[in-house]
Design a protein around this ligand. Sequence first.
Ligand code: ADP
Ligand code: MG
Length: 602
Amino acid sequence: MMDMPLPVVASARRPRQGMAHWLEAAAPYAVLAIAGAALPLLGNSYWGVIATRACVYWVLVSGLNLVVGFAGQIAIGWVALLTVGAYTTSVLAAGTVTPALSPYLTLAIAGVAGAVLGAIIGLPALRLRTFYFAMTTLGFATIATQIVLAWQGVTGGGVGVAGPVFPGPFSSQWGFYYFCLLLAAICTWMTANIAGSRFGRGLVAIRDAEVAAEASGVAKPALLMTVFLFSGAVAGIAGGLFASLQSYITPDAFTFDLSVLFFIAILIGGRGSILGPLLGTILLTILPELAAPLVAWSTFLYAALLLAIVLVAPGGIAELLDFRNRRPLAGGRAIIPRPELVANVLGHKTRSSPLSLQGLRLSFGGVRAIDGLDLEIRPGEVHGLIGPNGSGKTTTLNVISGYYSPQAGRVVLNGGTLPPRAPHLRARHRIARTFQTPRVVGAASVIQNVMIGGTVGGQGTFVESLFSLPRHRKDEAALHEEARAMLAVVGLEPLASVRADRLQHSELRFMEISRALMLRPAFLLLDEPAAGLSPDEIKRLGTLIVTISRQGTGVLLVEHHADLIFDICDHVTVLNLGKVLAAGTPTEIRSHRDVVDAYLGA
Ligand code: ADP
Ligand code: MG
């Protein structure tokens, strides 16, 4: 899509580097797959049971990982879904209530039941945060057990029910093991696909930088619901496998310990990783077996392990294995943006009408943050917004980008009023922004962060990403290419694969700009982009901003550096206590008496 002149070195090196990265990422999975496939050669059925159990747990944890590790939702009662899946398969396969169904069919039904329940358990996550959501998931776990106990006619109550037996090639112990291993491998593949898709990046962005995610067009409720459905489905299937492995299930089998195991496997594995939680699950399944007396202590053991990991490596196993990010970065790095590339990445687009703010008013309690503000941002121009601290600049940006709903007035674009309190819809109007304090996903690489900005450009659905279908692959290739181009524009391309939390503050500011550019913005709102930059960097930033605006983008620049404002702005609005103190060209403002008195003179 982008035929832009990238530096020769970078483009010549990229394909091989990509292959090496891919091999590096795939190697651990290949090792696990081979070890898993060869396990029956040991001929030890005891370890066979444990390995099967690890596979079953991983089928559940792989889905939960998207909820906990990626989206950052504290879902600790996931054993409820295992319970429902186990009883659904067992009861339907036993034929006590319905005619006996094929165990494979019951497994599929358990998946559907799990998906429905997963969505129901997930619903509170859209409103409740952290602990409160955690408590509701725990509540569901308790309810599931109580229902099973009370509904004796169907579930057998405390006496229990026999688990399904899978016929055909999967009836023997090792046959069933291979069946579970296959499903575990498929789950690994599917969740890895999601992790490497705009959905996975959106989840992590919701976790670490929610406002930036929304400004990039990530619709949190829809995305979370999709993930809860998926996570519930695989947990339901895991329940069916669990029932078969246990061969007989009673409510006692679904302990709180098990729920804790699932949750902690993800934490010690590392949030936002697939391999880490996979290893975590294997570790926690094996650990109690290594010494029989430890079984009684398993919860204590998990807690101790968690504590140790948090103290030694807060990023979990994944961080311990992340060798690439331990290589030191060059010190004293200077950012050299390349404005000459801007035309290539932003060019050829239709001009928008101006973005106009009409009579905006917004108070917080007694504070009038903005008080009757009129302002027009025109395409192709840089509009400076200055004023003392607390004069309402950031609040203005927040109203434009839909975080706050103004108490009076409106934001008009192309003849329509932009809906208040809908930040995730702004990206579709190609309104992009940066933040006064950079909002980034520290644990993701620089290029992943930038790709978040291109979320709305994707065509493929969640299911297409799950199975890595052509549209998903096309989306990813295009996003990668665009993000690289945007990084080249701001001069950060050499750091593309570095974890964002290793960057300097000034680099993060430029990274946010390249993320915003992913929208090919009609309007770009910059909140103090020069804060923390050196004088040279500020100059280069100024040139970059002007070049972007000349491509037709309307820029709203909030800034404290008066030099930058007067150098590059076409219009300047001065705010004081939420009111316009003065507006005009830089020359007019510079000589405006009130402004000099109230602001510049100080
Ligand atoms: P600026 O960006 O110009 O420094 P802000 O727009 O951040 O100023 O703030 C304007 C005023 O509104 C300040 O008095 C600030 O304390 C207040 N304010 C901003 N956001 C909130 C909020 N979420 N809740 C309460 N007061 C707020
Ligand atoms: Mg501010």
